[in-house]
Each structure stands twice: as structure tokens, then as C-alpha cells.
Design a protein around this ligand. Sequence first.
Ligand code: PXP
Length: 247
Amino acid sequence: MHRERLGLPTLGVNIDHIATIRQARRTVEPDPIAGAVLAELGGADGITAHLREDRRHIQERDVRLLRQTVRTHLNLEMAATDEMVAIALDIKPDYVTLVPERREEVTTEGGLDIAGQIARIGEVVDKLQSADIPVSLFIDAEPAQIEASVKVQAKFIELHTGRYAEAKDEKSRKQELDVLAAGCEQAMKAGLRINAGHGLTYWNVYPVACLPGMEELNIGHTIISRAVLVGMERAVQEMKLAMRGKF
Ligand code: PXP
């Protein structure tokens, strides 16, 4: 699933926020499927989509179409609920990332507590991995959570980089990076494969990309934000053409 490592991690582009814009008008544009095709043309190594219980952005239709169109690999982010497990077993993404989910949150807040629900997560990991869908667990880089991830036999963890991304000064950023590095070391020793994501931007991604053992970074908001802006000039020029019947 993952390309052979050439020293730097691969990039999974999270396309949720293309769907966020679409759902703001409940219309058909912009289509996250088209976004995924263009992301792959731009060099994305994988496409990530989060099907939330409240369907606030990605819809089931999107995941089904992505399954048919994604040429790299499809990472389905989801909560560890029976509904989502059934959908994943049916659609068969290349891997699943289990994330915590609260209806009132703006985005995923904090990692999943594996240590506190070993039996439940173990059951979900087993169901998915028995169907040849590797599972990644989105966790904070805490020793107990990494140990618990080994216990439930997940293939991957995704280290939550939110605290690193939100650090207010260089000193605390360095501290958070050290926490992530220690997490990588512990995970590698235990035989877990390592992804990371959340809050990464063009300006803070490089030190995380250099962490030992890092396989894939899942990045969404900063890429979609930039895409909206770098595409603005052309979009306005094309509307002027359309107004003249020349589009
Ligand atoms: N990884 C996980 C598990 C996430 O929940 C998210 C947000 O949906 C991301 C990565 C991407 O985060 P961001 O949009 O901040 O790049």
C-alpha cells in the first residue's frame, strides 16, 4: 500500500474540506472526487477522507466513488462504531484510520484513547484486519497509548501532531517534536508502522517529515486553503470569460 520509502514520508491528501465547501450550499460543486484526481495528478501518494457520523462534509457516495477512482491508496478515517465498520467492510478502503469523534467538535480533537477501551478497539481492529483492511490508530504520542496500540495489534499508528502544530513558541514546539520523536522510537521498536497528521502546514511540516520511521503524513486544511487562493486568479478570469459567453 505504501510506496517504498525513499527517506521521506509519503503524502496523503485529506479532501474533506472540498466537501465542506460543497455542503455549505448542499450543491454538487466542488466535487471532492475531482479534487482527489487533481491531488493525485499533483503527486499525492494517497487520498484521505473522513466519513463523520453527522455527514457534515464527506458523504457515503463520495467514499464509494473514491474507492472506484483513486489510483493511489484510499485511507478512510472513521469512528470505531458498528455503522462505520459495516461501511468499511463493504467499501474496502486500502486502510482505515480510527479517530475519536464528538458531534460538537470543529475538527478531530486529541487522539483516540486506546488504553481506556482495549476490548472495543481490539474487536474493531480484528474485524477490519481479518478482512484485509489494515488499521491505523490516531493517537497522542503517549507511551501508554502506543503500548495499547501494540496490544490491539493494529498495523499502524497515526501520531497526532496537533500539539506540535499549535505550540506558541520555538521552545514548546521543540518539546512537542521531542515527544513525537520519542513516540516514533517506541513505536518502531514495537514493530508498529507510523503515520502522522493534524494541523501540519507548509511552514511546520518539514521537521515532522524528518522524524525517523515516519511513513505517511495526512494533511488537509492547509492544502485546501492554499488551493482556494492559488486558484482564485484563474477562477475570476474564467468567470469574466463566462460573462462574455466565452467560457
Ligand atoms: N489526520 C487525522 C486523523 C485527522 O482527523 C485529520 C483532520 O481530519 C488530519 C489528519 C488532517 O488534519 P489537517 O486538516 O489539520 O491537515
